[in-house]
Design a protein around this ligand. Structure first.
Ligand SMILES: N[C@@H](CCC(=O)N[C@@H](CS)C(=O)NCC(=O)O)C(=O)O
Length: 200
């Protein structure tokens, strides 16, 4: 059986959602980031990157990085219909995933949420936090434009929406004003069975 390494409330919420969407069988191992379990030798022995999400697949080994895990889930469970048919929709899916994870999360929320990882000086941390907030705001504006009046980023629910789900939750928690269409999309995502069942 697969083992999913998960920290509730973190970006691994998006993978939790996808595992449920496709009906995968897996066991969960909680990694407590506040207790820094991601940096303990037993976890580093599994995932030297010291991050979640990670998915240990019996025949394939350890999978890391949100976009790669999401891609693996979507293509390994084709009946769930999470991987689009056309090359252009696949390309736009990867484009949206990379933007959400690589830019909005890594270059925005990382600085908003954990500036102390980068700088000891409190004034520097404030400046980094402010930079992160600007990056998140810019990112939300771009995602709002991308979503337009569709239900989900590509029209039908897909793996990029699972990444959208966790950044929208973080944005709401961190007091960002969500554009109306993103706020509606967040409600739609929160109403999906996968989120209700897993608490993602
Ligand atoms: N690029 C990674 C980012 C993963 C990541 O930043 N995970 C955070 C939780 S949202 C983490 O494990 N942080 C612990 C740490 O950096 O020590 C991915 O796409 O999965």
């Amino acid at each position: 059986m697969m083992t999913f390494f998960h920290a509730p409330g973190s970006c691994s919420n998006g993978i939790l959602m996808l595992l449920d969407e496709v009906g995968a069988s897996y066991q969960t191992r909680i990694v407590d980031l506040r207790a820094r379990q991601q940096l303990q030798p037993d976890y580093l022995a599994v995932n030297a990157k010291g991050k979640v999400p990670a998915l240990l697949v019996p025949r394939d080994g350890l999978l890391t990085e949100f976009p790669a895990i999401a891609y693996w889930i979507a293509t390994s469970f084709p009946d769930a219909g999470l991987w689009p048919d056309s090359t252009i929709d696949r390309t736009h899916t990867l484009e949206a995933l990379d933007f959400i994870v690589g830019s909005v999360h890594m270059r925005g929320f990382t600085f908003v949420r954990v500036p102390q990882k980068f700088l000891d000086d409190p004034a520097g941390q404030d400046a980094l936090r402010a930079y992160g907030r600007r990056e998140v705001s810019k990112g939300l504006a771009i995602l709002s434009e991308l979503l337009g009046d569709k239900d989900y980023l590509l029209g039908a629910f897909g793996i990029a929406d699972a990444a959208l789900s966790y950044v929208l939750d973080w944005a709401a928690d961190d007091g960002f004003d969500l554009p109306d269409n993103l706020a509606r999309c967040r409600e739609r995502l929160r109403g999906r069975g996968s989120v209700i069942r897993t608490g993602a």
